[in-house]
Design a protein around this ligand. Structure first.
Ligand code: PEP
Ligand code: MG
Length: 321
């Protein structure tokens, strides 16, 4: 796959007027690390940790998970590495867990809800991440599908509890990872400023944010034409999340598919996004696009789009039609 991709990154990425943009990699399988390294990714913005869980017939043990996560940190020395905790359920079904049939799995027992219910599974994962991150430069733990402040606090308190037990057991671990969250549920928007005071970073999951905000199944072709990332409510929400992050001084990245789509990149930079996390294959083209963007122009472009309320007008202004 690496050979099929043209080009590698030419050092750090800056807009034409010199504003630095970080390009981090989305990784699903460890085998994709080779491509991320070859292309020159500046770190990992999203490791989808559920993949080793999905391809097995039982839960990987803490020791097995440690080996996987250790590779991530060892392959990216001195760089940001973001491990997202288990995001199962919905379209990602674990064959070995009988969760019963759910009429509405996308709204069901998934993701952080699954982890908070199956605490033993969650703790094994957190312990493995903390241990694997020992000595790492900038490890980040990220919770998916966070809907409320108490849920975030509960998940974070489990990380702290795991640190306590690791200390008691005399095992080495990283004592100060950044603890952040995916912003991908509309419920998070109304309290985004409150989240920004507690989370160490945000990563915007536009795939799910669009799905849940517009009530459109992201994988159902019958309603694909309703899946409109350019919907004004989506664009204004992204701006609000970026604002909240900037005011609180925390990093806000976009790790959903919008982050590599050329039509949206000027808008994302224009609202203040400075970190994009994307599949490594898209990085060279995205870097080339960013190098031609003048940030002041991107800011006026974003302001103009944020003033529009018609999806038709927006899709035209974004050059999508
Ligand atoms: C997202 O929802 O945008 C995202 C990056 O996570 P996933 O695609 O794994 O749900
Ligand atoms: Mg998601």
């Amino acid at each position: 796959a690496a050979d099929a991709v043209s080009g590698v990154l030419d050092g750090e990425t800056h807009t034409s007027d010199g504003v630095r943009i970080r390009l981090l990699a989305n990784i699903n399988l460890l085998s994709e690390m080779a491509l991320a390294l070859k292309i020159g990714a500046e770190g990992i913005g999203l490791y989808r940790s559920e993949f080793p869980f999905l391809i097995r017939s039982s839960f990987p043990s803490e020791a097995e998970q440690y080996q996987v996560y250790r590779r991530l940190f060892e392959d990216m020395p001195g760089k940001t590495v973001t491990v997202r905790t288990l995001d199962v359920g919905g379209e990602k079904v674990l064959s070995h867990v009988d969760s019963g049939t759910e009429v509405n799995p996308e709204l069901g027992l998934r993701s952080i809800r699954f982890s908070l219910l199956h605490r033993d599974v969650f703790e094994a994962q957190i312990r493995a991440i903390l241990r694997a991150a020992e000595g790492a430069f900038a490890p980040r733990i990220m919770f998916p599908m966070i809907s409320g402040l108490d849920e975030f606090r509960e998940a974070r308190s489990i990380v702290y509890a795991c640190m306590e037990s690791l200390k008691e057991e005399g095992l080495g671990f990283h004592e100060n990872p950044e603890i952040g969250m995916m912003v991908e549920l509309p419920a998070a928007l109304g309290i985004i400023e409150d989240f920004a005071k507690e989370a160490d970073f945000f990563s915007i999951g536009t795939n799910d944010l669009v799905q849940y905000m517009l009530a459109v199944d992201r994988s159902n072709p019958k309603v694909a034409h309703y899946y409109q990332p350019w919907h004004p409510s989506v664009l204004r929400s992204l701006a609000r999340i970026a604002d909240a992050g900037r005011k609180a001084g925390i990093d806000v990245s976009v790790c959903g598919e919008m982050g590599h789509e050329s039509a949206f990149i000027p808008f994302l930079l224009g609202i203040g996004i400075r970190t994009l996390s994307l599949d490594p294959q898209f990085m060279p083209a995205v870097q080339q696009q960013i190098q031609k963007i003048d940030l002041q122009k991107a800011e006026s472009h974003a302001a103009e789009l944020l003033g529009m309320a018609s999806t038709k007008a927006l899709s035209e202004a974004l050059g999508l039609v």
